[in-house]
Design a protein around this ligand. Structure first.
Ligand code: GUN
Ligand code: ZN
Length: 427
């Protein structure tokens, strides 16, 4: 058994709905065994459980549950911070050429190692990831995650139209690729497969129908796509699918809106569409740095939440500009400010942890440090930089310090990252 003594902060529920949701132990103890949390609470109350275990003392450190990135693109690591274009032009000018390079398995393998290490450096312990159109890029990513016992869900992008030659698949090749990826990787270690139609514009009706069939034939498999991100994209989608009542309906008609479906962005969605997502148990990935960077718009978090839609946080690298979920929360706050709402810091932490876990339908396994959960946790150094040390002094309230952490933090704050109880990153 492993024992860690530090301050501990995690969320037992959604703090906007449950006043008892925030669990903070100033002098806390975390006990881990066989990759799972055994106990988590106040040092003085749990001391009796330590037994023979040697306690690792971590003064000045804060333990939190690992962060969950509900939307990120693995083959876009090399085009992060690409200048000058909004979504559709950005895809053509920067993104598709970068993804084409992932046809080379050596390039994919090298990038997969970098990608997974970068997640860990930033404290991300679970991610829902877009691969390129190439089956082997997803295999490279699964291999890198499996080697670290990481909980990671990914899929090959489906795109049989409106993409450059060499970067498209067909209904039949993509069906075969998905079936073989699901058979080999879904449920291996902590990996999962996600059926991944890139977005409606890049998929024919026949391919979307096939995606719905594969999803129906493979219970437990996830679905991820993009929805209502950018006005030109929305107009083009409406022109391609005149029979659909709105953008969400395009996916709904093909059986792609279910309890393991995650829709990235949803910036311009109506209240009624959020309500339909909520009724289906589907989730939204809120990607503030991407929405600001591409000029897509301001996600209406309070409307999504008011309609009961599940929401997680996504970095959306490479349209997003950071791997840091903490920093992404600071940008989520700024999006709220531009809409006249101030995101509560505990709500922000919920979105990054238990909210993200619930968005992935994994709330029973990850998202906090309750006994029985998988021991994916972080050791944060709140004095990692001189400014942080000064601003996060202990004389301020927890809420105040947590807020400043999201605004000021980056990967330097993440001193250690544990996956299933095993240290996988240390600064
Ligand atoms: N819509 C379709 N593909 C993409 C992508 O790669 N990134 C973003 N942000 N939106 C998309
Ligand atoms: Zn995306």
């Amino acid at each position: 058994m492993q024992a860690y003594r530090a301050s501990i902060l995690h969320l037992l529920d959604d703090p906007t709905r449950n006043a008892e949701a925030v669990a903070f132990h100033e002098d806390g103890l975390l006990l881990v065994e066989d990759g799972h949390v055994v106990a988590c609470g106040n040092w003085t109350e749990l001391l009796g459980l330590v037994g023979e275990a040697s306690v690792e003392e971590l003064p000045g450190r804060l333990i939190t549950s690992g962060f969950i990135d509900t939307h990120i693109h693995f083959p876009q690591v090399d085009i992060i911070a690409a200048h000058g274009a909004q979504l559709l032009d950005w895809l053509e000018q920067h993104t598709f050429p970068a993804e084409a390079a992932f046809a080379d398995p050596d390039h994919a393998a090298e990038a997969a190692e970098f990608f997974v290490e970068e997640l860990l450096r930033n404290g991300t312990t679970t991610a829902l990831v877009f691969g390129s159109v190439h089956k082997r890029s997803v295999e490279a990513l699964f291999r890198a995650a499996l080697a670290r016992d990481m909980r990671l869900i990914a899929g090959k992008s489906l795109m049989d139209r409106n993409a450059p030659e060499g970067l498209t698949d067909t209904v039949e090749t993509s069906r075969a690729d998905m079936q073989s990826l699901i058979a080999e990787w879904h449920g291996k270690g902590r990996l999962g497969y996600a059926v991944t139609p890139r977005f409606a514009i890049s998929c024919s009706d026949q391919q979307l129908a096939m995606a719905g069939e594969v999803l129906a034939q493979n219970p437990g498999v996830w679905m991820q796509t993009h929805l209502s991100e950018n006005q030109r994209e929305i107009d083009q989608t409406a022109a391609l699918f005149p029979e659909a009542s709105d953008y969400l309906d395009v996916y709904d008609r093909f059986g792609l809106v279910g309890p393991r479906s995650v829709f990235a962005h949803c910036v311009h969605l109506s209240g009624g569409a959020f309500e339909r997502l909520a009724a289906a148990g589907s989730a939204v990935a809120f990607c503030p740095t991407s929405n600001l960077f591409l000029g897509s718009g301001l996600f209406p978090l309070e409307i999504a939440c008011a309609h009961g839609a599940k929401v997680g946080i996504g970095t959306d690298v490479g349209a997003g500009t950071t791997f840091s979920i903490l920093h992404t929360l600071g940008e989520a706050y700024k999006v709220g400010q531009l809409r006249g709402t101030a995101l509560d810091p505990f709500h922000a932490l919920y979105l990054a942890t238990l909210g993200g876990a619930r968005a992935l339908d994994l709330g029973d396994r990850i998202g906090n440090l309750a006994p029985g959960k998988e021991a994916d946790f972080l050791v944060l150094d709140l004095a990692a930089t001189p400014l942080l040390a000064r601003r996060l002094g202990e004389d301020r309230s927890l809420e105040n310090r947590l807020f400043a952490l999201t605004v000021l933090a980056d990967d330097r704050v993440v001193e250690r990252t544990y996956l299933a109880g095993v240290e996988r990153h240390r600064r």
